[in-house]
Design a binder for this molecule. Structure first.
Ligand SMILES: Nc1ncnc2c1ncn2[C@@H]1O[C@H](COP(=O)(O)OP(=O)(O)O)[C@@H](O)[C@H]1O
Ligand SMILES: CC(C)(COP(=O)(O)O)[C@@H](O)C(=O)NCCC(=O)O
Ligand SMILES: [K+]
Length: 261
């Protein structure tokens, strides 16, 4: 018997949710949405009002305990299921967590790597696994390195587009301008700021691809996700697959493994 499954990803800007017909990778998506954190209280009586009730849910949250509790209130108000959240551990679902303190790794990073590993293996059945670079472009940007065995080697944390711009605006007198375009040779302040932020992220990602290539001796499979992923995709060198659902995919993989255990 399978029942609908609710997956939730709470970042520092938005809560993303997705309802699937069951708790397994490849499950059919029935409904999805995103709310800014200020609007979490609208969920139960708004976007969730007419949904079929999930039999279980699993989420990841990096926005802090107060936000997590506000989301839990909505879940228990609307649905008959217990809120459950992924806590990064030393290893789960094909990823070995190489962080110095594994539990201090962001849950969204851990879950995205699990989703990516599952996708990479599914894309090449019967072939040897590849190392990976997994990029999350949300409020912050993270750039994760995973070897062929599924070991998380380490990752970068950078400011996201919005934080970079706000930091520059607040730290200078002359950088209060509208959003510009990404240009190779920007000739106005708006384009210079937008291009600077975009290529800062692209440069960090390219460097991590080099590190993984030389450490693992193989070209990594590269995946990108997050609310601002679409902004980065056009400027990435090499083959980067934009997978909007990477964190939800990871939650489905974990939910199935936990149900089987
Ligand atoms: N429609 C949108 N709503 C909110 N943020 C958006 C939107 N489109 C792009 N973004 C960008 O995505 C970032 C937030 O992405 P998201 O994945 O929701 O972040 P987080 O996981 O940290 O909550 C913002 O910094 C913003 O630059
Ligand atoms: C790095 C992050 C702030 C990213 O948050 P996001 O951009 O998804 O809102 C989050 O994953 C986090 O708080 N991590 C804990 C510290 C760490 O991963 O080392
Ligand atoms: K996130």
């Amino acid at each position: 018997m399978s029942s609908p499954f609710l997956a939730i990803d709470i970042g520092n800007t938005r809560l993303k949710w997705a309802l699937y017909d069951s708790a397994r990778p490849g499950a059919a998506l029935q409904a999805q949405g995103a709310e800014f954190l200020d609007h979490i209280e609208r969920l139960a009586d708004g976007p969730w009002a007419d949904l079929p009730s999930p039999g279980s849910m699993l989420g990841c949250v990096v926005a802090g305990d107060a936000v997590r509790r506000r989301a839990e209130e909505q879940i228990v108000e609307r649905f008959d299921c217990t809120p459950r959240w992924v806590m990064p551990s030393a290893g789960e679902a094909g990823i070995v967590n190489g962080y110095d303190h594994p539990t201090r790794l962001g849950a969204d990073r851990f879950v995205a790597m699990i989703g990516a590993r599952h996708r990479m293996l599914a894309e090449r059945p019967g072939q040897p696994p590849r190392p990976m670079v997994v990029v999350l472009i949300g409020t912050a940007v993270t750039v994760e390195a995973i070897d062929t065995e599924g070991k998380f080697l380490g990752g970068l944390i950078l400011p996201g587009h919005g934080i970079m711009l706000r930091a520059l605006e607040s730290g200078t007198a002359g950088l209060h301008v509208p959003t510009g375009e990404v240009r190779e040779f920007p000739t106005n302040t708006s384009d210079a700021l937008t291009s600077g932020g975009t290529y800062a992220i692209a440069g960090a990602v390219e460097r991590m691809v080099q590190h993984v290539r030389s450490h693992c001796g193989m070209e990594p499979a590269c995946y990108m996700t997050g609310g601002a992923g679409w902004k980065m995709a056009p400027v990435m060198n090499g083959h980067f697959e934009l997978v909007e659902s990477l964190i939800m995919d990871g939650l489905l993989v974990i939910a199935r493994e936990r149900a089987a255990a």
